[in-house]
Design a protein around this ligand. Structure first.
Ligand SMILES: *Cc1c(COP(=O)(O)O)cnc(C)c1O
Length: 229
């Protein structure tokens, strides 16, 4: 198990390096988020030994359970977040970023629960770039109003944008989707919103996402191997 994990990690890091060079990007601007959902605490511990310090989970219950079993790592939450579960996450000091802010009601709930816990919370606004019915997230056209209104919520900081590309998209479609999100971020930066992160790209499309400007690639299966293994 350990040899395989190390080999996969090395391969991904090498590939990220190569794509960054090709795209004339600074490697330090691209972070690998290890998505550990469905995978064991043993694998997480081993990757931690190899220097990975931040992991992503998409279900609250699974995150809370894993967090009990390991210390000195940071977590990102990347899945759809139900409002009634926000309170559990806000108690976790080592939860440093939520990628999946997908509604105004959720923003208000996070703001309220963060205040109760005397903390601030960094968030990414999830954008459903091609308006897939099956996906969460706000539309591109709603981003500006959302960011503007969110400046009123003092405990939350929206520090970037996130998207999930359609599962069956072709290469040129992926380029287009990621570019649209990157352009939206630039447009918002021009309006003085400080959006330093662009979370896009997973196991199957992270190279394309990096070419289009991604700063966080969320890699699960390509790193951890098949589910549960
Ligand atoms: C599971 C998941 C990933 C990782 O997916 P892989 O295809 O296994 O790399 C990335 N982002 C989100 C939001 C996920 O739920």
């Amino acid at each position: 198990m350990e040899d395989k994990l190390k080999e996969r990690l090395d391969n991904i890091q090498l590939e990220i390096d190569n794509v960054a060079k090709r795209a004339n990007r600074d490697i330090n601007d691209i972070k690998l988020l290890a998505v550990s959902k469905n995978h064991s605490i043993e694998k997480i511990k081993f990757l931690k030994k190899l220097g990975i310090s931040t992991f992503g989970e998409s279900r609250v219950q699974e995150l809370l359970e894993k967090n009990e079993k390991i210390s000195n790592i940071k977590w990102h939450f990347i899945g759809h977040l139900q409002r009634n579960k926000v309170k559990y996450l806000m108690r976790m000091d080592n939860l440093v970023l939520i990628h999946s802010l997908d509604s105004w009601r959720l923003a208000k709930e996070i703001n309220k629960r963060a205040a109760n816990n005397n903390r601030n919370m960094d968030l990414l606004l999830q954008v459903n770039v091609v308006n897939e019915k099956s996906k969460y997230g706000i539309e591109l056209g709603e981003v500006y109003d959302f960011l503007r209104d969110a400046t009123e919520l003092k405990q939350i900081n929206i520090i970037g944008l996130m998207t999930l590309a359609p599962y069956d998209a072709k290469k040129y479609e992926l380029h287009k989707i990621f570019r649209e999100l990157a352009n939206k971020r630039q447009e918002m930066q021009n309006k003085n919103f400080d959006l330093k992160e662009l979370s896009m790209g997973m196991s199957n499309d992270y190279q394309i996402a990096i070419e289009e400007g991604s700063t966080i690639v969320r890699i699960g299966s390509k790193l951890f191997g098949k589910r549960g293994g």
